[in-house]
Write a protein that binds this ligand. Structure first.
Ligand code: PLP
Length: 243
């Protein structure tokens, strides 16, 4: 039930638990599209449920200030009482965090088993994360550049007639269907010097194996063009092989 607000509402209606939690990715990691967070916050209010947003792929990328999926929709932390994200994606370091009310954080500190029994983040990683956060705040051109790369890729993929999922984020999945085909294409791209992971079931549903193209702010326009040229070559070769 991907992005299916009506199905979620049905479940909330059917749920008699005194405490309800809606949990979602901000940006879906294998599809690249964004959760309908406005609708989810409305449902959370209507059914007195908590909303947890895992913004692993939104933080540092979406929103004018890079604050992530909530900012993208003009929402704030008040709309998502449990906001978590990892530091290992856009921020380029390691670890993760949960943001929320003092009561929530205190409860996690006192009773979250994985927190209590895990070694704290090394100070050097914390400091590197602070440096990354400064870049997110002070260098919005990185996000603008990234969005321009996404637009360039989508335009080129459209011209090539490639089956790219509807995503406006740097995660641009290209569904190819069968798992062996995804693996073969990934290997062919690698032989062109391009690293694109082949995502196969059970990570994604059967029959929807895909190439997970991931753009980054350190890419340049010519990298996108090289990727498009390589995709055109490997897909054309596949057509010939099948014909
Ligand atoms: C949505 C989401 N949440 C959490 C994680 C975990 O990230 P990490 O291992 O960097 O904490 C991932 C990793 O891909 C992810 O896609």
């Amino acid at each position: 039930m991907h992005r299916d607000v009506a199905a979620l509402e049905q479940r909330l209606q059917d749920c008699s638990a005194p405490q309800k939690l809606i949990a979602t990715d901000g940006v879906f990691s294998m599809d690249g599209d964004v959760a309908p967070l406005r609708e989810l916050t409305q449902l959370a209010q209507r059914y007195r449920a908590w909303l947890l947003v895992d913004d692993a792929h939104g933080l540092g990328v979406l929103g004018a200030g890079g604050r992530g999926s909530l900012e993208h929709f003009g929402l704030t932390g008040d709309d998502a009482p449990v906001l978590m994200a990892t530091l290992g994606k856009a921020l380029g370091t390691f670890g993760a965090f949960v943001a929320g009310s003092e009561a929530l954080i205190e409860t996690l500190i006192q009773s979250a088993r994985s927190y209590i029994y895990t070694t704290a983040l090394p100070p050097v990683v914390a400091e590197a994360t602070r440096a990354a956060l400064r870049l997110v705040q002070e260098e919005p051109w990185r996000r603008e550049h990234l969005q321009a790369l996404v637009a360039r890729f989508k335009r080129g993929a459209g011209q090539l007639g490639l089956n790219v999922l509807s995503s406006d984020t740097p995660i641009q999945p290209l569904v190819v269907g069968a798992a062996p085909r995804a693996l073969e294409l990934s290997q062919q791209l690698e032989s062109h010097g391009i690293l694109v992971g082949a995502i196969r079931p059970p990570t994604v549903p059967q029959g929807t194996a895909r190439l997970r193209i991931t753009l980054s702010a350190v890419h340049r326009e010519e990298h996108v063009d090289r990727l498009l040229d390589a995709l055109a070559t490997v897909f054309a070769a596949g057509e010939c092989a099948r014909g």
